[in-house]
Design a protein around this ligand. Structure first.
Ligand code: SAH
Ligand code: SF4
Ligand code: F3S
Length: 462
Protein backbone atom coordinates (compact mmCIF):
# COMPACT_ATOMS: atom_id res chain seq x y z
CA UNK A 1 0.00 0.00 0.00
CA UNK A 2 1.26 3.46 -0.86
CA UNK A 3 1.94 5.93 1.98
CA UNK A 4 -0.57 8.68 2.72
CA UNK A 5 2.02 11.32 1.77
CA UNK A 6 2.62 9.76 -1.62
CA UNK A 7 -1.16 9.77 -2.30
CA UNK A 8 -1.57 13.32 -1.03
CA UNK A 9 1.21 14.60 -3.31
CA UNK A 10 -0.40 12.94 -6.34
CA UNK A 11 -3.84 14.28 -5.45
CA UNK A 12 -2.41 17.80 -5.09
CA UNK A 13 -0.80 17.53 -8.52
CA UNK A 14 -4.10 16.48 -10.13
CA UNK A 15 -5.90 19.30 -8.31
CA UNK A 16 -3.60 21.78 -10.09
CA UNK A 17 -5.18 20.59 -13.35
CA UNK A 18 -8.77 20.52 -12.12
CA UNK A 19 -8.48 23.92 -10.39
CA UNK A 20 -7.05 25.54 -13.52
CA UNK A 21 -10.51 25.16 -15.20
CA UNK A 22 -13.28 27.78 -14.93
CA UNK A 23 -15.56 25.26 -13.23
CA UNK A 24 -14.80 21.81 -11.74
CA UNK A 25 -14.53 19.14 -14.45
CA UNK A 26 -17.31 16.55 -14.24
CA UNK A 27 -16.93 12.81 -13.70
CA UNK A 28 -19.43 10.07 -14.52
CA UNK A 29 -18.80 6.75 -12.74
CA UNK A 30 -20.89 3.92 -14.18
CA UNK A 31 -20.80 0.73 -12.09
CA UNK A 32 -22.02 -2.72 -13.15
CA UNK A 33 -22.39 -5.98 -11.19
CA UNK A 34 -22.70 -6.68 -7.50
CA UNK A 35 -23.01 -4.40 -4.50
CA UNK A 36 -19.30 -4.77 -3.74
CA UNK A 37 -18.52 -3.29 -7.12
CA UNK A 38 -20.98 -0.42 -6.53
CA UNK A 39 -19.24 0.14 -3.21
CA UNK A 40 -15.91 0.40 -5.09
CA UNK A 41 -17.65 2.90 -7.40
CA UNK A 42 -18.45 5.04 -4.33
CA UNK A 43 -14.74 4.99 -3.40
CA UNK A 44 -13.71 5.94 -6.93
CA UNK A 45 -16.08 8.91 -6.68
CA UNK A 46 -14.49 9.76 -3.32
CA UNK A 47 -11.02 9.87 -4.90
CA UNK A 48 -12.33 11.94 -7.82
CA UNK A 49 -13.95 14.36 -5.38
CA UNK A 50 -10.71 14.86 -3.44
CA UNK A 51 -9.02 15.55 -6.78
CA UNK A 52 -11.48 18.38 -7.46
CA UNK A 53 -14.02 16.74 -9.78
CA UNK A 54 -17.77 17.33 -9.68
CA UNK A 55 -20.25 14.65 -10.78
CA UNK A 56 -22.76 14.07 -13.55
CA UNK A 57 -25.04 11.16 -14.39
CA UNK A 58 -24.83 11.79 -18.13
CA UNK A 59 -22.05 10.65 -20.45
CA UNK A 60 -22.58 13.71 -22.70
CA UNK A 61 -21.67 16.28 -20.07
CA UNK A 62 -18.76 14.34 -18.53
CA UNK A 63 -15.07 15.24 -18.78
CA UNK A 64 -14.14 11.81 -17.47
CA UNK A 65 -16.19 8.60 -17.72
CA UNK A 66 -15.22 5.55 -15.67
CA UNK A 67 -16.74 2.16 -16.37
CA UNK A 68 -16.52 -0.01 -13.27
CA UNK A 69 -17.17 -3.44 -14.77
CA UNK A 70 -18.37 -6.94 -13.79
CA UNK A 71 -17.01 -10.22 -15.22
CA UNK A 72 -19.26 -12.77 -13.51
CA UNK A 73 -21.08 -13.86 -16.69
CA UNK A 74 -20.46 -13.38 -20.39
CA UNK A 75 -23.65 -11.31 -20.63
CA UNK A 76 -22.20 -8.85 -18.08
CA UNK A 77 -19.09 -8.39 -20.20
CA UNK A 78 -21.10 -8.01 -23.43
CA UNK A 79 -23.27 -5.38 -21.75
CA UNK A 80 -20.20 -3.42 -20.59
CA UNK A 81 -18.55 -3.54 -24.01
CA UNK A 82 -21.85 -2.44 -25.60
CA UNK A 83 -22.18 0.63 -23.38
CA UNK A 84 -18.48 1.47 -23.67
CA UNK A 85 -18.78 1.29 -27.48
CA UNK A 86 -21.68 3.75 -27.34
CA UNK A 87 -19.43 6.53 -25.96
CA UNK A 88 -16.73 6.24 -28.62
CA UNK A 89 -18.35 9.04 -30.67
CA UNK A 90 -18.13 11.39 -27.64
CA UNK A 91 -14.37 10.97 -27.64
CA UNK A 92 -14.27 11.72 -31.38
CA UNK A 93 -16.19 14.97 -30.71
CA UNK A 94 -14.15 15.85 -27.63
CA UNK A 95 -10.61 14.40 -27.70
CA UNK A 96 -9.86 15.68 -24.18
CA UNK A 97 -12.60 13.43 -22.72
CA UNK A 98 -10.93 10.76 -20.56
CA UNK A 99 -12.41 7.26 -20.64
CA UNK A 100 -11.44 4.72 -17.99
CA UNK A 101 -12.23 1.05 -17.36
CA UNK A 102 -11.83 -0.63 -13.99
CA UNK A 103 -13.49 -3.33 -11.91
CA UNK A 104 -13.40 -7.09 -12.41
CA UNK A 105 -12.96 -7.11 -16.20
CA UNK A 106 -9.77 -5.08 -15.79
CA UNK A 107 -8.20 -8.06 -14.03
CA UNK A 108 -8.89 -10.48 -16.90
CA UNK A 109 -5.91 -10.85 -19.25
CA UNK A 110 -8.06 -11.46 -22.34
CA UNK A 111 -10.06 -8.29 -21.69
CA UNK A 112 -6.93 -6.17 -21.17
CA UNK A 113 -5.52 -7.54 -24.46
CA UNK A 114 -8.77 -6.71 -26.25
CA UNK A 115 -8.75 -3.16 -24.89
CA UNK A 116 -5.13 -2.67 -25.87
CA UNK A 117 -5.82 -3.86 -29.43
CA UNK A 118 -9.35 -2.74 -30.28
CA UNK A 119 -10.44 -0.02 -27.82
CA UNK A 120 -7.80 2.65 -28.32
CA UNK A 121 -10.27 5.31 -27.08
CA UNK A 122 -10.01 3.88 -23.53
CA UNK A 123 -7.28 5.94 -21.84
CA UNK A 124 -6.91 4.39 -18.41
CA UNK A 125 -7.42 0.86 -17.09
CA UNK A 126 -6.99 -0.19 -13.48
CA UNK A 127 -7.73 -3.39 -11.58
CA UNK A 128 -9.88 -4.09 -8.52
CA UNK A 129 -7.18 -3.37 -5.97
CA UNK A 130 -5.60 -0.45 -7.82
CA UNK A 131 -8.28 2.13 -6.95
CA UNK A 132 -5.71 4.23 -5.11
CA UNK A 133 -3.60 4.32 -8.29
CA UNK A 134 -6.22 6.45 -10.05
CA UNK A 135 -4.49 9.79 -9.20
CA UNK A 136 -1.19 8.48 -10.64
CA UNK A 137 -2.86 7.20 -13.82
CA UNK A 138 -4.75 10.47 -14.33
CA UNK A 139 -1.61 12.48 -13.80
CA UNK A 140 0.17 10.39 -16.43
CA UNK A 141 -2.60 11.26 -18.90
CA UNK A 142 -2.60 14.97 -17.96
CA UNK A 143 1.18 14.94 -18.49
CA UNK A 144 0.74 13.72 -22.04
CA UNK A 145 1.00 9.91 -21.76
CA UNK A 146 -1.26 8.30 -24.37
CA UNK A 147 -2.62 5.46 -22.24
CA UNK A 148 -2.10 4.42 -18.59
CA UNK A 149 -2.71 0.87 -17.31
CA UNK A 150 -2.39 -0.77 -13.86
CA UNK A 151 -3.92 -4.23 -13.99
CA UNK A 152 -1.33 -6.54 -12.55
CA UNK A 153 -2.11 -6.69 -8.84
CA UNK A 154 -5.34 -7.81 -7.27
CA UNK A 155 -4.26 -8.90 -3.83
CA UNK A 156 -3.17 -5.67 -2.20
CA UNK A 157 -3.92 -4.79 1.43
CA UNK A 158 -6.90 -2.57 2.02
CA UNK A 159 -6.54 1.19 2.15
CA UNK A 160 -8.66 2.70 4.95
CA UNK A 161 -7.78 6.23 3.85
CA UNK A 162 -10.18 6.66 0.96
CA UNK A 163 -13.06 9.14 0.96
CA UNK A 164 -16.47 7.75 -0.07
CA UNK A 165 -19.19 9.54 -2.04
CA UNK A 166 -22.28 7.53 -1.12
CA UNK A 167 -25.05 6.87 -3.64
CA UNK A 168 -27.80 6.96 -1.00
CA UNK A 169 -28.40 9.16 2.03
CA UNK A 170 -30.07 6.42 4.07
CA UNK A 171 -28.66 3.07 2.89
CA UNK A 172 -24.93 2.41 3.21
CA UNK A 173 -22.76 -0.42 1.94
CA UNK A 174 -19.89 -1.35 4.22
CA UNK A 175 -17.41 -3.89 2.82
CA UNK A 176 -16.03 -5.99 5.68
CA UNK A 177 -13.76 -8.16 3.55
CA UNK A 178 -12.42 -8.36 0.03
CA UNK A 179 -11.60 -11.30 -2.22
CA UNK A 180 -12.57 -14.96 -2.10
CA UNK A 181 -10.67 -18.20 -1.30
CA UNK A 182 -13.35 -20.64 -2.40
CA UNK A 183 -12.74 -21.27 -6.08
CA UNK A 184 -16.19 -22.58 -6.93
CA UNK A 185 -15.37 -24.21 -10.26
CA UNK A 186 -17.68 -21.97 -12.34
CA UNK A 187 -16.68 -18.65 -10.80
CA UNK A 188 -14.30 -15.94 -12.01
CA UNK A 189 -14.41 -13.87 -8.80
CA UNK A 190 -11.35 -15.39 -7.02
CA UNK A 191 -9.27 -14.72 -10.15
CA UNK A 192 -10.22 -11.04 -10.39
CA UNK A 193 -10.61 -10.14 -6.70
CA UNK A 194 -7.72 -12.02 -5.10
CA UNK A 195 -7.60 -13.80 -1.74
CA UNK A 196 -9.70 -13.00 1.32
CA UNK A 197 -8.62 -9.86 3.17
CA UNK A 198 -10.71 -8.83 6.18
CA UNK A 199 -10.88 -5.27 7.44
CA UNK A 200 -9.95 -4.49 11.02
CA UNK A 201 -13.08 -4.78 13.18
CA UNK A 202 -12.45 -1.45 14.92
CA UNK A 203 -12.40 0.33 11.54
CA UNK A 204 -15.73 -1.31 10.62
CA UNK A 205 -17.35 -0.47 13.97
CA UNK A 206 -16.14 3.14 13.71
CA UNK A 207 -17.49 3.45 10.15
CA UNK A 208 -20.91 2.04 11.08
CA UNK A 209 -21.13 4.21 14.22
CA UNK A 210 -20.45 7.31 12.10
CA UNK A 211 -22.99 6.25 9.46
CA UNK A 212 -25.70 5.77 12.09
CA UNK A 213 -24.85 9.18 13.62
CA UNK A 214 -25.19 10.65 10.14
CA UNK A 215 -28.72 9.23 9.87
CA UNK A 216 -28.19 6.08 7.80
CA UNK A 217 -30.99 3.56 8.38
CA UNK A 218 -29.73 0.46 6.62
CA UNK A 219 -26.18 -0.88 6.94
CA UNK A 220 -25.34 -3.57 4.39
CA UNK A 221 -22.18 -5.49 5.32
CA UNK A 222 -20.54 -6.81 2.18
CA UNK A 223 -18.12 -9.56 1.24
CA UNK A 224 -17.96 -12.48 -1.21
CA UNK A 225 -18.13 -14.77 1.78
CA UNK A 226 -18.97 -12.67 4.84
CA UNK A 227 -19.02 -15.53 7.30
CA UNK A 228 -15.36 -16.32 6.75
CA UNK A 229 -14.74 -12.78 8.00
CA UNK A 230 -11.69 -12.65 10.28
CA UNK A 231 -10.23 -16.05 9.32
CA UNK A 232 -7.20 -14.30 7.78
CA UNK A 233 -6.53 -12.06 10.80
CA UNK A 234 -4.40 -13.13 13.77
CA UNK A 235 -5.99 -10.55 16.09
CA UNK A 236 -9.48 -10.60 14.56
CA UNK A 237 -12.97 -11.43 15.77
CA UNK A 238 -15.46 -13.77 14.08
CA UNK A 239 -18.35 -12.67 11.89
CA UNK A 240 -20.87 -13.45 14.65
CA UNK A 241 -18.82 -11.42 17.15
CA UNK A 242 -18.65 -8.53 14.69
CA UNK A 243 -22.46 -8.64 14.29
CA UNK A 244 -22.92 -8.58 18.07
CA UNK A 245 -20.61 -5.56 18.37
CA UNK A 246 -22.47 -3.68 15.61
CA UNK A 247 -25.81 -4.52 17.24
CA UNK A 248 -24.69 -2.59 20.34
CA UNK A 249 -24.47 0.72 18.42
CA UNK A 250 -27.22 3.11 19.55
CA UNK A 251 -29.77 4.30 17.00
CA UNK A 252 -32.66 3.25 14.76
CA UNK A 253 -31.19 1.16 11.96
CA UNK A 254 -31.18 -2.31 10.41
CA UNK A 255 -28.10 -4.45 9.75
CA UNK A 256 -28.02 -6.69 6.68
CA UNK A 257 -25.21 -8.72 5.13
CA UNK A 258 -24.37 -10.34 1.78
CA UNK A 259 -23.44 -13.07 1.08
CA UNK A 260 -22.80 -15.77 3.63
CA UNK A 261 -21.53 -19.10 2.27
CA UNK A 262 -23.49 -22.20 3.35
CA UNK A 263 -20.27 -24.10 4.14
CA UNK A 264 -19.56 -21.64 6.99
CA UNK A 265 -23.16 -21.01 8.08
CA UNK A 266 -23.46 -22.15 11.69
CA UNK A 267 -26.14 -22.43 14.37
CA UNK A 268 -24.15 -19.77 16.21
CA UNK A 269 -24.69 -17.36 13.32
CA UNK A 270 -28.43 -18.07 13.32
CA UNK A 271 -28.56 -17.59 17.12
CA UNK A 272 -26.76 -14.26 16.69
CA UNK A 273 -29.21 -13.05 14.04
CA UNK A 274 -32.22 -14.08 16.12
CA UNK A 275 -30.89 -12.61 19.38
CA UNK A 276 -29.74 -9.25 17.98
CA UNK A 277 -32.72 -6.94 17.46
CA UNK A 278 -31.03 -4.75 14.84
CA UNK A 279 -30.10 -7.61 12.51
CA UNK A 280 -32.68 -8.38 9.82
CA UNK A 281 -34.30 -11.80 10.11
CA UNK A 282 -33.26 -12.67 6.60
CA UNK A 283 -30.38 -14.54 5.06
CA UNK A 284 -29.37 -14.59 1.40
CA UNK A 285 -27.88 -18.08 1.38
CA UNK A 286 -26.83 -19.08 -2.17
CA UNK A 287 -27.54 -22.79 -2.68
CA UNK A 288 -26.68 -22.86 -6.45
CA UNK A 289 -28.09 -26.39 -6.97
CA UNK A 290 -30.29 -28.91 -5.18
CA UNK A 291 -28.17 -31.88 -6.19
CA UNK A 292 -25.22 -33.12 -4.12
CA UNK A 293 -23.27 -34.42 -7.13
CA UNK A 294 -23.50 -31.03 -8.90
CA UNK A 295 -22.56 -29.24 -5.65
CA UNK A 296 -19.47 -31.45 -5.48
CA UNK A 297 -18.40 -30.68 -9.05
CA UNK A 298 -19.06 -27.01 -8.30
CA UNK A 299 -16.68 -27.32 -5.29
CA UNK A 300 -19.27 -25.77 -2.98
CA UNK A 301 -18.10 -27.82 0.06
CA UNK A 302 -21.55 -28.52 1.56
CA UNK A 303 -24.34 -31.01 0.99
CA UNK A 304 -28.03 -30.29 0.67
CA UNK A 305 -28.55 -32.04 4.02
CA UNK A 306 -26.11 -29.63 5.72
CA UNK A 307 -27.79 -26.67 4.02
CA UNK A 308 -31.25 -27.76 5.18
CA UNK A 309 -30.05 -28.18 8.77
CA UNK A 310 -29.33 -24.44 8.84
CA UNK A 311 -32.68 -23.54 7.27
CA UNK A 312 -34.60 -25.81 9.64
CA UNK A 313 -32.73 -24.54 12.70
CA UNK A 314 -33.58 -20.93 11.81
CA UNK A 315 -37.22 -21.68 11.12
CA UNK A 316 -37.63 -23.68 14.36
CA UNK A 317 -36.76 -20.57 16.32
CA UNK A 318 -38.22 -17.91 14.04
CA UNK A 319 -40.88 -19.41 11.74
CA UNK A 320 -40.92 -16.21 9.65
CA UNK A 321 -37.19 -16.26 9.02
CA UNK A 322 -36.72 -15.35 5.39
CA UNK A 323 -34.32 -17.05 3.01
CA UNK A 324 -33.39 -15.92 -0.48
CA UNK A 325 -30.89 -17.65 -2.75
CA UNK A 326 -28.90 -17.79 -5.99
CA UNK A 327 -29.34 -20.69 -8.42
CA UNK A 328 -27.24 -21.64 -11.42
CA UNK A 329 -29.36 -23.44 -14.01
CA UNK A 330 -27.66 -25.66 -16.58
CA UNK A 331 -24.28 -26.27 -14.96
CA UNK A 332 -22.38 -28.49 -17.49
CA UNK A 333 -24.14 -31.84 -17.96
CA UNK A 334 -26.84 -31.15 -15.35
CA UNK A 335 -29.42 -33.90 -15.91
CA UNK A 336 -33.20 -33.46 -15.85
CA UNK A 337 -33.23 -35.33 -12.55
CA UNK A 338 -30.59 -33.03 -11.06
CA UNK A 339 -32.54 -29.99 -12.21
CA UNK A 340 -35.66 -31.46 -10.59
CA UNK A 341 -33.70 -31.74 -7.33
CA UNK A 342 -33.18 -27.96 -7.53
CA UNK A 343 -36.94 -27.43 -8.01
CA UNK A 344 -37.49 -29.62 -4.94
CA UNK A 345 -35.15 -27.47 -2.88
CA UNK A 346 -37.15 -24.40 -3.84
CA UNK A 347 -40.33 -26.13 -2.61
CA UNK A 348 -38.68 -27.52 0.52
CA UNK A 349 -37.06 -24.25 1.68
CA UNK A 350 -39.78 -21.87 0.52
CA UNK A 351 -37.58 -18.98 -0.55
CA UNK A 352 -39.00 -15.47 -0.50
CA UNK A 353 -36.91 -14.64 -3.57
CA UNK A 354 -34.59 -16.49 -5.93
CA UNK A 355 -31.96 -15.02 -8.26
CA UNK A 356 -31.47 -17.42 -11.16
CA UNK A 357 -28.63 -17.46 -13.66
CA UNK A 358 -27.98 -19.67 -16.66
CA UNK A 359 -24.48 -21.11 -16.36
CA UNK A 360 -21.96 -19.01 -18.24
CA UNK A 361 -18.56 -20.42 -19.17
CA UNK A 362 -15.75 -18.25 -17.75
CA UNK A 363 -12.37 -18.80 -19.30
CA UNK A 364 -9.68 -19.74 -16.80
CA UNK A 365 -12.11 -21.44 -14.38
CA UNK A 366 -12.08 -25.19 -13.78
CA UNK A 367 -15.60 -25.78 -15.12
CA UNK A 368 -14.68 -24.14 -18.43
CA UNK A 369 -12.84 -27.33 -19.43
CA UNK A 370 -15.88 -29.61 -18.93
CA UNK A 371 -17.51 -30.74 -22.21
CA UNK A 372 -21.18 -29.83 -21.89
CA UNK A 373 -23.91 -31.93 -23.50
CA UNK A 374 -26.90 -29.73 -22.54
CA UNK A 375 -28.17 -27.28 -25.17
CA UNK A 376 -28.77 -23.61 -24.46
CA UNK A 377 -32.46 -24.06 -25.43
CA UNK A 378 -32.85 -26.73 -22.77
CA UNK A 379 -31.18 -24.49 -20.17
CA UNK A 380 -33.49 -21.59 -21.08
CA UNK A 381 -36.50 -23.88 -20.76
CA UNK A 382 -35.34 -24.99 -17.29
CA UNK A 383 -34.84 -21.39 -16.29
CA UNK A 384 -38.46 -20.53 -17.27
CA UNK A 385 -39.78 -23.58 -15.38
CA UNK A 386 -37.86 -22.54 -12.28
CA UNK A 387 -39.03 -18.92 -12.42
CA UNK A 388 -42.67 -19.99 -12.83
CA UNK A 389 -42.42 -22.28 -9.81
CA UNK A 390 -40.77 -19.55 -7.71
CA UNK A 391 -43.57 -17.11 -8.59
CA UNK A 392 -46.12 -19.61 -7.20
CA UNK A 393 -44.03 -20.20 -4.09
CA UNK A 394 -43.56 -16.46 -3.43
CA UNK A 395 -47.25 -15.59 -3.76
CA UNK A 396 -48.13 -18.37 -1.29
CA UNK A 397 -45.36 -17.49 1.15
CA UNK A 398 -46.12 -13.78 1.16
CA UNK A 399 -49.68 -14.60 2.29
CA UNK A 400 -48.27 -15.17 5.80
CA UNK A 401 -48.01 -11.40 6.13
CA UNK A 402 -51.62 -10.55 5.22
CA UNK A 403 -53.38 -8.83 8.11
CA UNK A 404 -50.07 -8.19 9.89
CA UNK A 405 -48.18 -4.94 10.38
CA UNK A 406 -44.66 -4.75 8.97
CA UNK A 407 -41.92 -2.21 9.63
CA UNK A 408 -40.77 -0.93 6.25
CA UNK A 409 -37.82 1.24 5.25
CA UNK A 410 -39.18 3.32 2.35
CA UNK A 411 -36.89 3.07 -0.72
CA UNK A 412 -38.44 5.17 -3.47
CA UNK A 413 -41.57 6.26 -5.32
CA UNK A 414 -43.29 3.59 -7.46
CA UNK A 415 -42.54 4.32 -11.10
CA UNK A 416 -45.84 2.90 -12.35
CA UNK A 417 -48.35 4.23 -9.78
CA UNK A 418 -48.53 7.91 -8.86
CA UNK A 419 -48.68 8.61 -5.12
CA UNK A 420 -47.34 5.16 -4.19
CA UNK A 421 -43.98 4.22 -2.69
CA UNK A 422 -42.11 0.95 -2.19
CA UNK A 423 -39.76 -0.22 0.50
CA UNK A 424 -38.34 -3.34 2.16
CA UNK A 425 -39.58 -5.08 5.23
CA UNK A 426 -37.16 -6.46 7.81
CA UNK A 427 -37.42 -9.83 5.98
CA UNK A 428 -36.32 -8.12 2.72
CA UNK A 429 -39.79 -8.41 1.17
CA UNK A 430 -40.80 -5.59 -1.21
CA UNK A 431 -43.80 -3.70 0.20
CA UNK A 432 -45.85 -1.29 -1.95
CA UNK A 433 -48.33 1.20 -0.50
CA UNK A 434 -49.85 4.63 -0.94
CA UNK A 435 -47.79 7.29 0.85
CA UNK A 436 -46.08 10.63 0.19
CA UNK A 437 -42.58 10.52 -1.26
CA UNK A 438 -41.33 12.55 1.73
CA UNK A 439 -41.28 9.24 3.61
CA UNK A 440 -38.39 7.92 1.48
CA UNK A 441 -35.51 7.01 3.81
CA UNK A 442 -37.77 6.57 6.86
CA UNK A 443 -39.09 3.56 8.76
CA UNK A 444 -42.91 3.32 8.68
CA UNK A 445 -45.55 0.78 9.72
CA UNK A 446 -47.61 -0.83 6.97
CA UNK A 447 -50.59 -3.18 7.36
CA UNK A 448 -50.46 -5.87 4.67
CA UNK A 449 -53.61 -6.49 2.63
CA UNK A 450 -52.54 -8.47 -0.43
CA UNK A 451 -49.84 -10.83 -1.75
CA UNK A 452 -48.39 -10.57 -5.27
CA UNK A 453 -45.63 -12.71 -6.69
CA UNK A 454 -43.00 -9.97 -6.48
CA UNK A 455 -44.23 -7.96 -3.48
CA UNK A 456 -46.89 -7.48 -0.82
CA UNK A 457 -49.33 -4.59 -0.91
CA UNK A 458 -50.42 -2.71 2.19
CA UNK A 459 -51.80 0.42 3.86
CA UNK A 460 -49.72 2.98 5.70
CA UNK A 461 -50.53 3.19 9.42
CA UNK A 462 -50.19 6.73 10.77
N1 SAH B 1 -19.89 -14.92 -3.31
C1 SAH B 1 -21.23 -15.11 -3.57
C2 SAH B 1 -21.65 -14.98 -5.01
C3 SAH B 1 -21.00 -14.01 -5.90
S1 SAH B 1 -21.40 -14.12 -7.59
C4 SAH B 1 -21.55 -16.53 -3.13
O1 SAH B 1 -20.74 -17.41 -3.17
O2 SAH B 1 -22.66 -16.74 -2.80
C5 SAH B 1 -23.19 -14.03 -7.54
C6 SAH B 1 -23.86 -15.20 -8.16
O3 SAH B 1 -23.57 -15.27 -9.53
C7 SAH B 1 -23.45 -16.56 -7.63
O4 SAH B 1 -24.08 -16.89 -6.44
C8 SAH B 1 -23.83 -17.49 -8.74
O5 SAH B 1 -25.17 -17.94 -8.60
C9 SAH B 1 -23.74 -16.60 -9.98
N2 SAH B 1 -22.61 -16.98 -10.82
C10 SAH B 1 -21.31 -16.93 -10.51
N3 SAH B 1 -20.57 -17.40 -11.55
C11 SAH B 1 -21.44 -17.76 -12.53
C12 SAH B 1 -21.32 -18.31 -13.82
N4 SAH B 1 -20.13 -18.63 -14.33
N5 SAH B 1 -22.44 -18.53 -14.54
C13 SAH B 1 -23.66 -18.23 -14.03
N6 SAH B 1 -23.84 -17.72 -12.82
C14 SAH B 1 -22.75 -17.47 -12.06
FE1 SF4 C 1 -17.54 -17.17 -6.54
FE2 SF4 C 1 -17.81 -19.24 -4.93
FE3 SF4 C 1 -16.30 -17.18 -4.19
FE4 SF4 C 1 -18.94 -16.88 -4.31
S1 SF4 C 1 -17.82 -18.27 -2.93
S2 SF4 C 1 -17.42 -15.49 -5.11
S3 SF4 C 1 -19.49 -18.18 -6.05
S4 SF4 C 1 -15.89 -18.59 -5.88
FE1 F3S D 1 -19.19 -9.04 -10.91
FE2 F3S D 1 -16.91 -8.62 -9.80
FE3 F3S D 1 -19.08 -8.49 -8.36
S1 F3S D 1 -17.31 -10.18 -11.27
S2 F3S D 1 -20.42 -9.94 -9.35
S3 F3S D 1 -18.57 -7.16 -10.03
S4 F3S D 1 -17.09 -9.18 -7.69
Amino acid sequence: MKTTNYMEDLIKSVRKFTESKDSPPLACVHSFGCQLNFSDGEKIKGILMTMGFGFTESFDSADIIIFNTCAVRESAEDKAFGIIGSVKHLKEKNPSLIIGLCGCMANEDHVVERIKKSYSFIDIVFGTSALDELPKLLLDIFNGKKRAFDTTEYNKPISEQMEIVRDSHFKASVPIMYGCNNFCTYCIVPYVRGRERSRNHNAIIAEVTKLVEDGYKEIMLLGQNVNSYGNDLSDGISFSELLRELNKIDGEFVIRFMSPHPKDASFELIDTIIQCEKIAKHMHLPVQSGDNEILKVMNRKYTIEKYLEIVDYARQQAPDFSFTTDIIVGFPNETEEQFNATLNILRRVGYDNVYTFIYSKRSGTEAASIDDSISYEEKSKRMRTLLALQREIAIERYKRFIGRTMTVLVDDECKSTDGWVHGKSNEFIIVEFKAPKELVGKFVKVKITESKNWAVIGELID
